[in-house]
Unconditional design. Structure first.
Ligand code: SF4
Length: 242
């Protein structure tokens, strides 16, 4: 079985022109979509934080594809690592490969947030923090889109991303994910509690296979930036790439 990509190991993606979704940023501010309407003062603060964040963030990701050696209802074995993921067999079906990734926007934004807190510029500090959270979510979506394109080019369907600490996958599995794809090439480390530094980082795993299950709970196409994709399964609602 050949791996669809990165046969020589991890690959770094840089120079990514992220599009940040304002609704996502406002969600981190506690706004409920379709219910809470931000006022002009909040929108002005958002614009200020977005401009500041745009100068501070450096979106990068490291990606590694590996062949799956063994599948079980609650786990996968790939690249010499055993991943324990509840119900993954049912969720993903017959995946032949997995892509492990670590995405980050770097630490300059969170350092600026800390300075703003220190200076008691609290509204801007909170909004800038939310911009950073929205940006790293967009980055993870962008990487998921890219993995989908890479899989499609080889006749493989690519699943939505999952991350340790979410949806029943224990956060302790960060260690295994980092064994598959270490964050060092993009400056991301795991601390003793298995949290990543810089904080605005996301680790993720996606599966790929000719018969992989996709779209049964959310269509990645709905927010994929690749407008002319011949394999699109749902209309795009918004994009995470300029
Ligand atoms: S439009 Fe859909 S099928 Fe095409 S690359 Fe994006 S997520 Fe994949």
């Amino acid at each position: 079985m050949t791996t669809p990509l990165s046969p020589d190991g991890p690959r770094v993606l840089a120079d990514i022109a992220l599009e940040i979704d304002p609704a996502e940023v406002l969600r981190f501010q506690g706004y409920k979509k379709g219910r809470d309407i931000p006022g002009p003062d909040v929108l002005a603060l958002f614009d200020e934080a977005l401009a500041l964040g745009g100068r501070l963030m450096e979106p990068r990701a490291v990606v590694r594809w590996v062949a799956v050696r063994r599948r079980a209802p609650d786990g996968l074995e790939a690249g010499g690592v055993t991943l324990t993921i509840p119900a993954i067999g049912e969720s993903w079906g017959k995946v032949e490969h997995v892509a492990a990734c670590v995405c980050t926007i770097g630490d300059a934004l969170e350092r600026r947030v800390a300075e703003l807190w220190e200076a008691r510029e609290l509204p801007l500090a909170a909004m800038l923090d939310s911009v950073g959270s929205g940006a790293v979510e967009s980055l993870a979506e962008y990487v998921n889109d890219l993995l989908c394109q890479e899989g499609l080019a080889r006749g493989l369907r690519v699943t939505n991303r999952i991350s340790p600490g979410y949806g029943g996958w224990d956060v302790s599995q960060q260690t295994e994910l980092f064994r598959l794809c270490a964050g060092d090439p993009v400056g991301v480390a795991l601390n003793a509690a298995r949290f990543m530094t810089p904080v605005k980082s996301i680790s993720l795993l996606a599966g790929a296979g000719r018969a992989a299950r996709v779209d049964h709970y959310f269509s990645q196409c709905a927010r994929c930036w690749m407008r002319d994709c011949a394999y699109r399964r749902a209309p795009a609602r918004r994009t995470v790439h300029r």
